[in-house]
Design a protein around this ligand. Structure first.
Ligand code: MTE
Ligand code: MO
Length: 411
């Protein structure tokens, strides 16, 4: 497979960068299921999914939908490494018409709208611009939606519609400064190469407020974990919006438009709206409540060393490991309870590379006798927000962040 050369001094790109197996196109659009099944332990409906390794540049993934690809990362991947390997990173696309090959010579990002100098930026030019690298969690707004009770429409994800990577790219601010944002600009809209298959369906586009787009951390990323992006994760360039849900993390970016009035397009004004109520939570069945576009992430944590519902050999000390995220700020602490939430003990935290990334935690739980043990982890971020015990509910299946207990049997 041809590779991008990230060396800024040379900025060499190869013509027609095709990923193995993509040339035919079909493999991107439809995957076959492997024999094996995985149980996502989703209440209120079908809970098992097939595993697949049939998608280009992807290893074994949970098949949520074949066309367009919706692939979930199995939980054991988060136990194995703090950074989610690119070939196990989850995949989500809205529309079926995905780019199956990209000509890196003719690829351009057009920058226009309310600017002094409209631009057309090549990949080679982008690779010569100032770059940053930071760790950040990419989490779908609907991650864990399959656990909503009662069920809501949309992909019934378990917890694996997320991943942690080191993203390298050019701050969007730099590109906006090159174009020269004109006075009166309020927002920046980003468009991409994928298109709806259905005539008249709204093209997927998202916007950020101008100040956010210019914060120096929002970036046009060309690498993740030191490698070029997999095609299904947005090759050659995607937007990274640290601390915000991935609906804003536009893949295969080809257009940047500076707006002089707020974006009223379908994907901002109608879709991805959350209740303004605390924890984005309403009573099931509610209608006509005030909403706002989904935005920053909030703290979450998952125990990854043992699987919910599994049985293990008895030992008086059960070692616990897991991952936590603060949301749009860092992790302040993680606590563990094996007493149903009556008492909480601090977990030890692993290193923090960047406040937007996953943080490893470890703890030891005393188990006086064999039997059933319920272990819970609870993350508090540096803003003082703590995961609640109770699940939230809204019709979009967004913003779940309650404590996720793991129940194991020790015999
Ligand atoms: N071009 C494009 N970018 C997109 C989307 C899309 O449909 N098209 N989906 C968004 C949503 S909702 C999610 S969850 C993330 C998923 O990123 P990933 O596939 O790299 O994991 O991409 C975002 N960026
Ligand atoms: Mo998403």
């Amino acid at each position: 497979m041809d590779r991008l050369d990230f060396d800024a001094a040379r900025a060499v790109t190869r013509r027609r960068l095709l990923a193995a197996g993509i040339a035919g196109g079909g493999a991107v659009l439809a995957g076959r299921a492997l024999g094996a099944d995985v149980d996502l332990r989703l209440p209120g409906g079908p809970s098992t999914r097939a595993m697949t390794s049939d998608f280009p540049q992807k290893g074994a993934m949970i098949l949520q939908r074949a066309r367009p690809a919706l692939l979930e990362t199995p939980m054991e991947v988060f136990q194995q490494s703090l950074y989610t390997p690119n070939d196990r990173f989850f995949v989500r696309w809205h529309w079926g018409d995905l780019p199956t090959s990209i000509d890196v010579e003719t690829y351009r990002i057009r920058v226009g709208g309310h600017v002094e100098r409209p631009l057309s930026i090549s990949l080679a030019q982008l690779l010569r611009m100032p770059r940053i690298e930071l760790a950040a969690v990419n989490q779908c707004s609907g991650n864990s939606r399959g656990l909503f009770e009662p069920r809501v429409p949309g992909a019934q994800w378990g917890h694996g519609a997320m991943g942690n990577a080191k993203w390298m790219g050019v701050p969007l601010r730099h590109v906006l400064d090159l174009a020269g944002v004109r006075g009166g600009a309020v927002a920046v809209r980003v468009g991409a190469m994928d298109k709806p298959l259905v005539a008249g369906a709204p093209d997927f586009e998202k916007s950020l407020a101008l100040d956010h787009a210019r914060d120096g951390e929002v970036m046009l990323a060309f690498a993740m974990n030191g490698e070029q992006l997999p095609l299904l994760n947005g090759f050659p360039v995607r937007l990274v919006v640290p601390g915000w849900f991935s609906t804003y993390w536009m893949k295969t970016v080809d257009a940047i438009e500076v707006l002089a009035s707020p974006d009223e397009n379908y994907w901002m004004a109608k879709a991805y709206k959350i209740p303004t109520a605390p924890r984005a939570s309403v009573v099931p069945g509610s209608k006509d409540f005030p909403t706002t576009p989904i935005n920053r992430m909030i703290p979450r944590s998952w125990i990854t060393s043992v699987a919910d519902g599994a049985t293990y050999g008895y030992d008086p000390v059960l070692p616990i490991e897991g991952i936590a995220m603060g949301g749009d700020v860092g992790v302040a602490r993680v606590e563990i309870s094996a007493t149903g939430g009556r008492t909480w003990e601090p977990a030890a935290l692993g290193r923090e590379d960047d406040r937007y990334g996953f943080r490893r935690f470890t703890a030891r739980v005393n188990v006086p006798r064999p039997g059933r043990v319920k272990v819970m982890a609870r993350c508090t971020n540096t803003r003082g927000e703590t995961q609640p015990m109770e699940a939230n509910w809204n019709p979009g299946g967004y913003m779940r962040n309650c404590v996720e207990p793991v129940i194991v049997r020790l015999t």
